[in-house]
Structure formats: structure tokens, C-alpha cells
Design a protein around this ligand. Structure first.
Ligand SMILES: C[S@@+](CC[C@H](N)C(=O)[O-])C[C@H]1O[C@@H](n2cnc3c(N)ncnc32)[C@H](O)[C@@H]1O
Length: 242
């Protein structure tokens, strides 16, 4: 399954190429906008997700769709021996590498170019996997999830964060208005890419949520799965175990 929403409707390029281009273009403003548009709550979501992995004391953590590496940095709280951040966008990785250097983390967090559907790692490579706001962009969701299952150690855990639409009044209406109108406007004002923050609500709407998403995870091989709505349901945390 792939989400049939592309950032640039007037372009002939494939979805994967368009997504890479979009993230390359918003990379310089991504961190600022991400924290600004979520009022900093995204940091708390990543922290909560990491707490679900911490009891297993993973030594090697793989952060897929790492972008500028915020989840990889958060994973350092578990004191792993190494963290690998993988992403398809050279622009996001460049910003991420500069951030790691500034924080003195460049020897602990490796930022690598690659794609979720073809992870360049052997079976049972990682003790834990994180994916923050990236699964929605995968070219092929099932393939990306099967690859995660392949490279995860037996008994290991993966956490996935994705934005989601709240279902009850008044958050449903408030968030709907913010997501459909305010966020694209702010995104247009502050980032160089006018399409990126229109693509965001469209891709969230097209992405399978809750039990539907867990079913796809089970088909990819994950036996134990659970779903945790965060902050009135505006974010979904999925916990998967191999
Ligand atoms: C919204 S950003 C999330 C970045 C980071 N994980 C975070 O929590 O802020 C999504 C990232 O997914 C990456 N991405 C999209 N499709 C991908 C794929 N097929 N394989 C690997 N990374 C991908 C993009 O380049 C982008 O950096």
C-alpha cells in the first residue's frame, strides 16, 4: 500500500522523488517550524515513546526517517552504544549532522542516507527502532514495516509516532480548523515550500489510523501491537514487538 498523496500535483516526478525534494527544500526551517507548529509538544511525544523502549536498555537503536535527528537525540536517554539515523533526504541529514556536531554527538549518532523500503542492514541488526512522523511518507508502507521487522532483533520493540485526527468534540473541530487552514498558512509564511504544509494534512487524512494501522503492522510480522492516542488524539503512538 502506498498513500496516493503527492506534494506537487503539477510534477511528473515519482512520489518518492517529490518527497525527497520537499524535505530537502524545507530542511533549513524544519526544526523551527516543527516545534513552533506543535507548540513544542512533539518533544514530549518522542520522550514518551522512548520511555516505552527504555526498560529493554537497547544497545543499538535505529531511527528510520530520522530527518534532522530529533528522535535519535532523544534515544540517547537510554544510553545506547550507538544510534543510527537513516533518511532519504540529503538536505535533512545535512542539517541533522550539523546538529549532532554542535551537541558533540557525532561519534554516537550516525546519520545515513537510505530508504525505509530497502534498509541497508542485516537481519536482527537493531535492538530497538523509532520512526517519528515518517511512516506516512514511506513509498510502500508494508515494505517499510516488513523491513523494520527484518532488521529488529527478536523480542525487540519499535515505536512509531504519527499525527492523527481527534474524534470527539471540540478537539475534532478545533484541530480540523488548525490543521486544514492555520498550519498550511503558517507553513507557507515560514518555509520556502508552499506545498509542504498542504501536503501534511492531506497525507495524514489518507494514512490508516489506529486499529487499521495495527492490522498492517501485524501483516508485516509484528505479533504484539498496541496503539496509544496522545494529547486528545492529535498524535498516535504505536508500539510494536517482534
Ligand atoms: C516529518 S519528517 C520527520 C523527521 C523526524 N523523524 C522527526 O521526528 O522530526 C519525515 C522524514 O521522513 C523522511 N522520509 C520520507 N520517506 C522516506 C523513506 N521512504 N525512507 C526514509 N526516510 C523517508 C523524510 O526525508 C523526512 O526527513
Amino acid at each position: 500500500m502506498s498513500i496516493d498523496v503527492k506534494p506537487y500535483s503539477d510534477s511528473d516526478k515519482s512520489r518518492k522523488e517529490q518527497i525527497t525534494e520537499m524535505f530537502d527544500s524545507i530542511a533549513p526551517s524544519y526544526d523551527f517550524l516543527n516545534h513552533f507548529l506543535s507548540l513544542g509538544i512533539d518533544i514530549l511525544w518522542r520522550r514518551k515513546a522512548i520511555r516505552m523502549l527504555k526498560m529493554q536498555s537497547p544497545e543499538r537503536v535505529l531511527d528510520i526517517a530520522t530527518g534532522t535527528g530529533d528522535f535519535a537525540i532523544e534515544a540517547m536517554r537510554m544510553k545506547p552504544k550507538e544510534v543510527i539515523g537513516l533518511d532519504i533526504s540529503p538536505g535533512m541529514l545535512e542539517v541533522g549532522r550539523a546538529k549532532m556536531k554542535k551537541k558533540g554527538l557525532e561519534n554516537l549518532i550516525r546519520m545515513e542516507l537510505g530508504e525505509s523500503e530497502k534498509l541497508p542492514y542485516p537481519e536482527a541488526f537493531a535492538d530497538a527502532i523509532t520512526v517519528g512522523f515518517g511512516a506516512r511518507n514511506f513509498e510502500n508502507l508494508e515494505k517499510g514495516l516488513s523491513e523494520m521487522h527484518r532488521v529488529l532483533k527478536p523480542g525487540g520493540r519499535a515505536v512509531i509516532l504519527e499525527p492523527s485526527f481527534p474524534r470527539s468534540f471540540p478537539m475534532k473541530q478545533l484541530f480540523g480548523f488548525y490543521f486544514q487552514y492555520v498550519l498550511p498558512l503558517l507553513g507557507r509564511l515560514f518555509s520556502k515550500d508552499s506545498h509542504a504544509y498542504t501536503y501534511l494534512p492531506a497525507s495524514v487524512a489518507a494514512f490508516p489510523e489506529g486499529k487499521d494501522f495495527l492490522e498492517i503492522c501485524r501483516q508485516a510480522g509484528f505479533q504484539k501491537t498496541s496503539w496509544h492516542p496522545l494529547t486528545f488524539g492529535i498524535c498516535a503512538l504505536y508500539l510494536l514487538e517482534k
